[in-house]
Design a protein around this ligand. Structure first.
Ligand code: SAJ
Length: 443
């Protein structure tokens, strides 16, 4: 059966389906269709399905070339979308790209979307179909959830009635198509033959290296690579706070540390947001927790999650130096997206910061040049404020005339949590505090 599948992939006759038309599934479905495969996109959201079938890109934000790819691929009729799984009875390869959220209460994954997709698929897949999960999983999920659910729903055994693989996505908002095409991928197969078959499939859309391995390794690599980044960022945030109390400057420290071979200290900041870094560390350790109590990874999460509160404390102290009580202050927040030069607001630390100040200040206004709700005139946001708090290093903020900006303010306090302000900025009477630099209140 696998040989037949391999041949149909090589001949591009294999019929492909992608379940979940989000920022992972939709680009992949378009790319396989563009590569010549008959592809069915499945999503529960009928509006999203209708938009794509009409050649319209339903994904928010600036995704280079995605809109034209959808517009070009739909007329070829090689990509058709539906809300109905029944259309997948004849597909050879099914990619699953549904969300796998982690619950804030216990930091454990919630697989409702994954399970329902697996149950629906198991009931209709044809003999010998290959199911590949692209969603990020807590290691052991392929063995403990995916395979048993498919076996039960299909009344067949893995390796006989169907095959499974795990090829974790490595997309990034703002460069979905570029990342899928150019980044290397870990291709986890149930066995080597399956992994090799998957490699032959992905070769049609991925120019990056395809590293074949087993299911568990693929699950661990994806979650570990993001947990690693979270720990790196937490280290930078911790050194920043040490520098503040010791009278140091983390930005100078970081520059010199990184001159030491093999060091790559990342950037301190106002916190860690986005669709994967805050979540994946918890997925990595979820199924190990009964036998091993992770320490570094949860501690890193705690340091990063506490950064918005740390910035709020810096604000309170800086206002106090000007005799301004937080409760009577007008605050301007610059930057709402989770990432610079992006409109993506998922899990943004800015919201955590705003929630902390809600009800604690006289007024709070938000500006973000990329997020439609907060694109207002900067003058209106800043006029008569007692403090500006810079939470995201959007490119337009580096162009601002800070002398002019301070002239609009009622109290001249600027808290810079992303090192946007020029290092040599001195404004008479203003308080400019940079995260990670010892209370350097510049008079
Ligand atoms: N952040 C810092 N300091 C840093 C880097 C990031 O505070 O030095 C913050 C950002 O402000 C943001 C959050 O962390 O709030 C996440 O930033 P990110 O640069 O990690 O961007 P993401 O969340 O889009 O991460 C993605 C991930 N890619 C995939 O999951 C496929 C991650 O693995 C990549 O390392 C990262 O992009 C990247 O390298 O750009």
């Amino acid at each position: 059966m696998l040989e037949t599948l391999r041949k149909s992939i090589e001949g591009r006759e294999a019929r492909i389906a992608v379940v979940g038309l989000g920022y992972v599934g939709l680009p992949v479905a378009c790319m396989f269709a563009q590569a010549g495969f008959h592809t069915i996109g499945v999503d529960l959201d009928a509006e999203r399905v209708a938009k794509v079938n009409n050649g319209i890109n339903p994904i928010e934000g600036d995704e280079p070339h995605l809109a034209e790819l959808i517009a070009n691929v739909i007329p070829t009729r090689r990509l058709q979308c539906t809300t109905d799984y029944a259309n997948l009875h004849d597909t050879d390869v099914i990619l699953i790209a549904v969300q796998t959220p982690v619950d804030d209460s216990d930091h454990l994954p919630r697989y409702a979307h994954l399970r329902s997709a697996l149950q629906a698929l198991g009931a209709i897949i044809k003999q010998g179909a290959l199911i590949i999960v692209e969603s990020t999983l807590a290691p052991r999920t392929m063995y403990d959830v995916v395979i048993p659910t498919l076996e039960e729903a299909s009344h067949s055994k893995v390796g006989e009635g169907f095959f499974v693989g795990h090829c974790p996505e490595r997309v990034m908002p703002g460069r979905l198509l570029l990342n899928i095409r150019t980044m290397s991928r870990v291709v986890g197969g149930y066995d080597e033959d399956v992994a090799d078959t998957m490699r032959r499939l992905y070769e049609n859309i991925v120019e990056g290296e395809l590293d074949t391995t087993d299911l568990l390794t693929a699950e661990i690599v994806k979650t570990a690579e993001n947990a690693y980044r979270d720990v790196q960022i937490a280290f930078a945030n911790e050194v920043a706070q040490v520098c503040e109390v010791l009278g140091g400057d983390v930005w100078k420290v970081r520059e010199l540390v990184n001159k030491s071979p093999g060091r790559n200290m990342l950037l301190p900041g106002a916190g860690v947001g986005g669709h994967c870094i805050p979540k994946d560390p918890w997925l990595l350790i979820a199924n190990a927790r009964h036998s091993y109590q992770a320490q570094v990874i949860p501690a890193a999460r705690q340091v990063n999650r506490a950064m918005p509160a740390h910035v709020a404390e810096i604000l309170r102290v800086a206002l106090q130096k000007h005799g301004v009580n937080l409760a009577q202050s007008n605050i301007a927040v610059l930057g709402y997206a989770y990432m610079e030069n992006s409109d993506d607001t998922r899990d943004t630390p800015s919201q955590t910061f705003i929630d902390l100040l809600e009800g604690q200040v006289q007024s709070l206004k938000i500006h973000d040049p990329f997020v439609p709700d907060y694109r207002g005139e900067l003058t209106n946001i800043i006029k008569n404020t007692d403090a500006i708090v810079i939470l995201v290093k959007h490119a337009p903020y580096f162009e601002l005339d800070w002398h002019q900006i301070i002239s609009w303010m009622r109290t001249p306090v600027i808290i810079d949590a992303r090192r946007v302000l020029p290092d040599d900025l001195h404004i008479q009477g203003a308080t400019i505090t940079l995260l990670g630099r010892a209370n350097n209140i510049k008079e």
